[in-house]
Write a protein that binds this ligand. Sequence first.
Ligand SMILES: Cc1cc2nc3c(=O)[nH]c(=O)nc-3n(C[C@H](O)[C@H](O)[C@H](O)COP(=O)(O)OP(=O)(O)OC[C@H]3O[C@@H](n4cnc5c(N)ncnc54)[C@H](O)[C@@H]3O)c2cc1C
Length: 437
Amino acid sequence: MKVAIVGGGWAGISAAVTLADVGHELTVFEMAPQLGGRARSVAGAPDYDNGQHILIGAYGDSLALIRRLGVDPEQVLTRLPLALPYPGEPGLQLHPGPPLIAFARGVLAHRGWPLGARLGLLAAAGGWLARGFRCGEQLSVAELCAGLPAVVKRDLVEPLCVAALNTPAPQASARVFLRVLRDALFSGAGSADLLLPRRPLSALLAGPATAWLGERLRLGARVRQIEPGWRVDGEPFDAVVLACTSVEAARLTASIAPVWSATAQGLGFEPIITVYLHSPGSALPSPMLALREGADAPAQFVFDHGALGGAAGRFAFVVSGAAPWVARGGCGEAVLAQATRELHWATPPVIDKVLTEKRATFACTPGLARPPACVAPGLWAAGDYIDGPYPATLEGAVRAGRTAAQGVAAGGGRGANGAASGSPTNTPCAGQATLRQ
Ligand SMILES: Cc1cc2nc3c(=O)[nH]c(=O)nc-3n(C[C@H](O)[C@H](O)[C@H](O)COP(=O)(O)OP(=O)(O)OC[C@H]3O[C@@H](n4cnc5c(N)ncnc54)[C@H](O)[C@@H]3O)c2cc1C
């Protein structure tokens, strides 16, 4: 089949590789001058990423995709056992070993928490485990964890929630949070490991994908219209994978599948601000530190790029769930003040860059309706926002790309769309693939 892929983020690249591997002919349309989408290096400053990204050991599909494009994940990512050290405090540290035992040992050994808090967390985790890490759709993370000791909420639940779901605990979906905990903390050995990029993001995937796609890639090509049949800006294809953002997918499908389009259009967004500080000669005690967020302390994490194979003296501060700071302004200065107060510096830090992604991820709220992967026979969507178990993550995007490509490959071309009647369709796709498993 001749398949069009609209969008060249991690979902689009994943769809392209999956389709090419089973022999389909493909064209990737990407409106930006480079591949990578939200996980890319900054155009004109390729040494900087548009936002600090973390992968974890459980990201099996993302690691397989990186490997498939000829990059050895061990070379481009630093693997560290999960640890959440705060300045001057070792924090929670998980040692290698069977996940349940590693978690219990790590919690019991936490020197900063009173024994009651440690036992309280273990009891709650035991309860989640016993219930298969499932809970009601409408429950928020704050409600799920209401009974936990305050230090556990402050030092573990709230930073993990905002890091993984990019949504503050009172507004975040407990169902998705539990699924992340299950896959990260309680799955195979190493699944909780942090994988921190040692190279700019584009070197992990977008660069190798650009070389691999060659003439099948059209950069700077914003798709304006899709017509049933399928025609992409007038050019005929047997099937289409929409791997663009939810906003663009909603626009392109508005007359083809109005219900699907409205669901995609209904998603809200959460921003992330990344503040790069520069301080020659400085280093953190570990490549990543957790920070305590507060009214005048925006950042939840800081990364030492010098310790991660990047520029020495460069530090990336991450402000997730950053809507209040986008509204208030002055985030860079507030991070600089927070950094100066909380960390030791060899030379006074200065602001290097402040990067704001206003639509960094969808807001992962309880009971959220996310659109399914199949829009109509022969028209599939891929992206981190597609209905599935994960919040907006690289792994969610890669899995969605693979699912959409498999749906295209299994469903054949054109099909119902071959009628080219132009009549709107909202018929659920036969054999609708789901990412919910
Ligand atoms: C600052 C920041 C930090 C993050 N940190 C993490 C992290 O630590 N770990 C993690 O797992 N995830 C993280 N994420 C989330 C992760 O980046 C996303 O989940 C993932 O990149 C989404 O990929 P995607 O392919 O679904 O969408 P996108 O990356 O948005 O790709 C969509 C692509 O479609 C293109 N496009 C849109 N419209 C059209 C059109 N009409 N025609 C052609 N092309 C079009 C866009 O230019 C874009 O390249 C972070 C995101 C941000 C912004």
